[in-house]
Structure formats: structure tokens, C-alpha cells
Design a binder for this molecule. Structure first.
Ligand code: ADP
Length: 576
């Protein structure tokens, strides 16, 4: 534009030329000025209402593209409005003398006849109104200026659309941090519709087998249901695949050929559908991640809206990548969720099975034990027979322990089995537990150090369950500590929690075994550990109880040096 304006001043013999463009607010803004510094300073960027110019043009002489309004026909205020009046005197007596208030301007129209800009010319070097030859040259410049203004405006318009589409992309990007597709669509549809100046949008996801079948979800911009025929769904699916392979978003519009991702026949069907729902064209974007095609995004425009641009298609494809990744994440999340549910169901089933089996075993076993007791008290059995009875009794007692542990485990693992919480004084719990293990500890000459505070330390939970936690940990410490070792038991309040710690100088646990500790029936591979009687259920029970109390279990151990078990439980204030 600047070059054209300068051409007018340097080659067509004028002192000043200014090219303006019509802005959205209805003002004409001066975009390029050539001529004196004073004129440039005054005019550059100046904005005048368009209708002000239109009014003057009504009085103008028609010089082809140029319009000439002699000063005597101009409005009084014209000088101020046009911004700059050259400080010259008209040539004396000459009929064609140029007057400082003469207006020579070429209104620049687009192909639809809308006024888009102007080329204003002033200050002829020879001081005269232009003659025929000069007008011809000026008309040529006016045509050039017209094209330049149209191109500049179009470029600006496109740049604006790219900016808006980019803004939409940024919003979609932040929305994709969520794991539910519903939320992602809800949070980004407004930005998509506005950013792309679309009439509406919908998004279709393919099911896990990759088909846009009826199972695929369709989310429309206004939440309404978009009904696509099976035929359209198939077209969308095939086109999404082709478009993703080419990494291209595709436009379906009556004004242009269909893109390579869609055949003419398919395109016509789509257009007919668009017609039915009252829109004219669409931008079809495949959604995918890596080689996987996961759905498509459709943005629509009504008749009269601008055509889809390359830049918009490119941004839409970027969005297709963002949404593709989001769909994949949402799907993985959903799958994990399902898996967790399946596992939970399986776990519940396992729990029920264990409970049932344990119950079924317990009754006959109780009867077996009763009879054993009777036989043992009978004087008829002596020698081998008596030792056999004693062995049977030990075996039966062991079975009772396993069954009791199983029953307890299935109870504490059952999420429907709630805990009745009350303040439990850990000092008393530890005292009781230590009393019970004292005999075993003394037999092994263990040094049992109990470190209890002077005040009660209350945990919030079920007394029997917390007692069981302490009992299992202390009995393990005693069991897995060789003769003359030490076992330390401590209780303290730490902030909102209480801490029960049981440390020993026992055989320790290898780091591999540590990972599996707390799994039902897990017993260490360490022969020293296996030598001790046990079921592998004690720590599983501890872990479940601690979990359901909202507490935490920490285990530190080194093979050969000892182990420390720490249980954190929520503290309770004593009942007043
Ligand atoms: P068990 O009835 O076998 O003692 P637990 O569930 O209580 O079952 O413990 C599981 C395994 O963890 C034990 O077999 C043992 O190998 C290991 N373990 C538990 N406590 C200790 C400890 N204090 N020191 C060393 N190993 C331990």
C-alpha cells in the first residue's frame, strides 16, 4: 500500500496520497500515506466515519474509479474531517486551479460492491485539477490500491481467525487434562464453536474396536442429540481413517471439491444431511493418537459464513491430536476403573468363599476337638496311643488357629463390615499383649523393653481389632527373634496420630520378601523363618485392619539384623 501511495506522489504528480481501509467499527482508517512529513504525521492512522465520506461522494463528479468533489460543493467542516488541508493558494484566475479543499478520492469496493477503503489524493504538483491523461494514470493506481486493500483486509481477517482458532486450541488443551470425555467436551465446546466461528459442533468417538457404531458417543455443542444414520456413521468412520492417515482435516462444502478423505458420492450425502439440519458446510477433523483413529470432530458453518481456511484446518488437526490423546487417556482410565471394580468383585467373592469354608470347617472341628479331649482324659490310652492323641490335638488346635485367622481375615477384609470406632488406650492394649507373650519371651530369654508414656494414648478404632494388630506384631517379634535378643515396644502420640512400634533384633526380612509381606498366606523363603510355626495370615490381618482404620503400616527390616514395624492410627480424644 505504501508503494502504491508513493507511486501516486512520485509518478502521477501529486504531493500527497493516502490509502485507507474500512474497519469493523465503520470507520475508515488511514493505512499508508505518501508525501510531506506534515501530511504523514497528520494523516497516518486517522479514522473517519465511512458515512462521512459516502455523503461527500454523493456530490462528486464521476471520473471512473475516482470521484472529484470541488471545494465549493463540500460541507463547511470538511477540512477538519479530512484531517489535512494543504497550505496553498489556488493559482490566480485559472479555471482548473486546485483549491486546498478540493476532494479527489477513489472509493475502493470489493466484488460484492461493499466499500472497503479509499485512495485519497491531494496537492497536484502543477497546482491544477488533473486532466484526462492524469486521471487515467490515477485510475490505474486506484485499481492497484483497491486490490492491495482487499488483500490486506483479507490477510488481517485470516490472521484474526487463526488467532481465534489458536485460542480455542489452548482452551481445549487445558480441558484435556480431565479424565472424563463428557467434561472435556463440556469445557471445550464453547471455545471450539466461538474460536472457529462455527454454527455448532459434534464429536464422535469410536468404540474400543475402532468402530463409529451406535455405541460410539456423539456429543453435540448444545447438548442436543445428533442423530446420524448408520450410513453417515460409516462415512465418518472411513473418512476419519483416511483423514488421519493423511494428517488432514477435510472440508465438506457446496462451494468446493471434496477433500481426498471423502468421495463425491459420500460428500453429497453429507451435504444433504447438512441441509437437513440447517447448516451449509463442515470442517471434519479426525481424532487420533499414534496410529489409532479414535473419533472425529465436526464443526459446522451456516450459509453466508466465511469459507474454512487452510490455517483453520491445520489448527483443527492439532486439536484432533490433543483430543485424541485425551480420549485415549479417558479410555485407559475407564478401563482401569473397570478392572479395579472387577478385582474388587473378585476379592469380595474370595472373601465370601473363605468365610464360608472356614465356617463349614469350624463346626466339625469343634466336635473333633471335643472328642479328642474326652479321649485324652480317658485312662484307656497310654504310650503310643496317648502320643498319637496329643499329636492329633496339636494338629486340631493349629487348624482352629488357621480357621480363626481366616474368619477374622474375611471379616476385616469385607468392606460391608463396618468398624465401630471408639477411643482405645494403646497403653492398655500393649500391656495385655505383653502379658500374653511373656511366657514365650521368657523361655527364649528375650529382653522385652516396653516404652509407654505416663498418660493414656488413645487411638480411634475397634478395640478387638487394634488388640489383634498389637498381638500379631508382638508375637511375630518374639517368634522371629533368636534367644537372648531384644524386643522393643513403644507407644506415642504424634500430632493427630498415634504410633505403635514393635522392633526386634531378629532374623530380619529380605527386601524381596518385604514386597510381598501382608499378602495372604505369604511366608518368607528364609529357612529360619519357615522353621517357626505360622500360617502367613498374621500380617495380612494386620494390614487389612490398619487399612480399614485409615492408618498406615511401615516396615523396616534388614536380613540378619532385625525388623521394625510401625503402625500409625488416627488419634482419638478420650471420652469425657
Ligand atoms: P506367620 O504366621 O508366618 O508368622 P505373618 O503373616 O505374621 O505369618 O508373617 C508373614 C511372614 O513374615 C512370616 O512367615 C515371616 O517370614 C515374616 N515375618 C513377620 N514378622 C517378622 C519379624 N518380626 N521378623 C522376621 N520376619 C517376620
Amino acid at each position: 500500500m505504501q508503494l502504491i501511495a508513493e507511486g501516486v506522489t512520485q509518478l502521477a504528480g501529486f504531493g500527497v496520497a493516502a490509502i485507507s481501509a474500512v474497519r469493523e467499527d465503520g470507520k475508515m482508517e488511514v493505512m499508508a500515506v505518501a508525501g510531506s512529513d506534515a501530511a504523514r504525521e497528520q494523516l497516518q492512522g486517522r479514522r473517519t466515519p465511512v458515512d462521512r465520506l459516502s455523503r461527500e461522494l454523493e456530490k462528486a463528479d464521476d471520473w471512473g474509479l475516482l470521484r472529484f468533489v470541488p471545494h465549493e460543493r463540500l460541507d463547511e467542516s470538511a477540512g477538519q474531517d479530512w484531517g489535512w488541508v494543504p497550505d496553498i493558494e489556488p493559482i490566480d484566475g485559472a479555471e482548473d486551479a486546485w483549491h486546498p479543499l478540493d476532494l479527489l478520492v477513489a472509493p475502493l469496493y470489493d466484488d460484492d460492491g461493499d466499500l472497503r477503503g479509499s485512495l485519497a489524493i491531494d496537492l497536484p504538483v502543477d497546482g491544477r485539477r488533473p486532466g484526462q491523461a492524469q486521471r487515467t494514470v490515477l485510475n490505474q493506481y486506484a485499481e492497484q490500491a483497491r486490490r492491495a486493500v482487499l488483500v490486506a483486509l483479507e490477510r488481517e481477517r485470516l490472521a484474526e481467525r487463526v488467532r481465534m482458532a489458536d485460542a480455542a486450541r489452548r482452551i481445549v488443551r487445558t480441558a484435556t487434562a480431565q479424565l472424563s470425555l463428557d467434561r472435556i467436551v463440556a469445557d471445550s465446546r464453547e471455545a471450539l464453536v466461538e474460536g472457529f466461528r462455527a454454527a455448532g459442533m459434534w464429536l464422535q468417538t469410536f468404540d474400543r474396536d475402532g468402530h463409529g457404531s451406535a455405541r460410539g458417543e456423539i456429543y453435540s455443542s448444545d447438548g442436543s442429540h445428533i442423530h446420524l444414520t448408520p450410513e453417515l456413521i460409516t462415512i465418518a468412520e472411513v473418512s476419519a481413517r483416511a483423514a488421519w492417515e493423511r494428517q488432514q482435516a477435510t472440508v465438506v462444502s457446496p462451494h468446493r471439491e471434496f477433500g481426498p478423505a471423502i468421495t463425491a458420492e459420500q460428500g453429497e450425502l453429507v451435504l444433504a444431511y447438512l441441509n437437513e439440519i440447517g447448516v451449509e458446510s463442515l470442517l471434519f477433523t479426525p481424532l487420533g493418537a499414534g496410529p489409532e483413529v479414535l473419533g472425529n470432530l465436526v464443526l459446522t458453518r451456516a450459509a453466508g459464513a466465511p469459507e474454512w481456511t487452510e490455517a483453520e484446518a491445520a489448527t483443527a488437526l492439532d486439536i484432533g491430536h490433543d483430543l485424541g490423546r485425551a480420549i485415549l487417556n479417558a479410555r485407559i482410565f475407564e478401563r482401569e476403573h473397570e478392572l479395579v471394580e472387577e478385582l474388587q468383585e473378585l476379592d469380595a467373592y474370595k472373601g465370601q468363599l473363605i468365610a464360608t469354608v472356614a465356617h463349614e470347617l469350624k463346626n466339625p472341628l469343634t466336635s473333633v476337638m471335643g472328642h479328642l479331649e474326652m479321649l485324652e482324659s480317658s485312662p484307656d490310652f497310654t504310650g503310643h496311643a496317648r502320643s498319637s492323641l496329643q499329636a492329633m490335638d496339636r494338629g486340631a488346635r493349629r487348624m482352629v488357629r488357621v480357621i480363626d485367622d481366616l474368619l477374622l481375615l474375611s471379616k476385616v477384609a469385607d468392606p460391608d463390615e463396618s468398624i465401630i470406632s471408639a477411643p482405645v488406650d494403646l497403653r492398655r492394649v500393649v500391656d495385655d499383649v505383653v502379658d500374653l507373650t511373656l511366657v514365650a519371651a521368657e523361655q527364649k530369654k528375650l529382653d522385652v523393653v516396653v516404652d509407654l508414656p505416663g498418660e493414656p494414648v488413645f487411638a480411634l478404632g475397634d478395640h478387638d481389632e487394634i488388640d489383634r494388630v498389637a498381638a500379631n506384631l508382638v508375637s511375630n517379634a518374639v517368634k522371629y527373634t533368636p534367644a537372648s535378643g531384644a524386643v522393643r515396644i513403644g507407644v506415642e502420640r504424634v500430632g493427630n496420630d498415634v504410633l505403635l512400634s514393635v522392633a526386634d533384633e531378629g532374623i530380619g526380612i529380605s527386601s524381596d520378601d518385604l514386597l510381598q509381606l501382608g499378602t495372604e498366606f505369604f511366608r518368607s523363603s528364609n529357612p529360619e523363618a519357615v522353621a517357626q510355626p505360622g500360617t502367613g495370615l498374621g500380617l495380612a490381618i494386620v494390614r487389612r485392619i490398619v487399612d480399614r482404620h485409615g492408618g498406615q503400616l511401615e516396615i523396616e527390616s534388614e536380613l540378619g539384623s532385625g525388623s521394625t514395624f510401625r503402625v500409625w492410627l488416627p488419634a482419638a480424644e478420650p471420652e469425657s
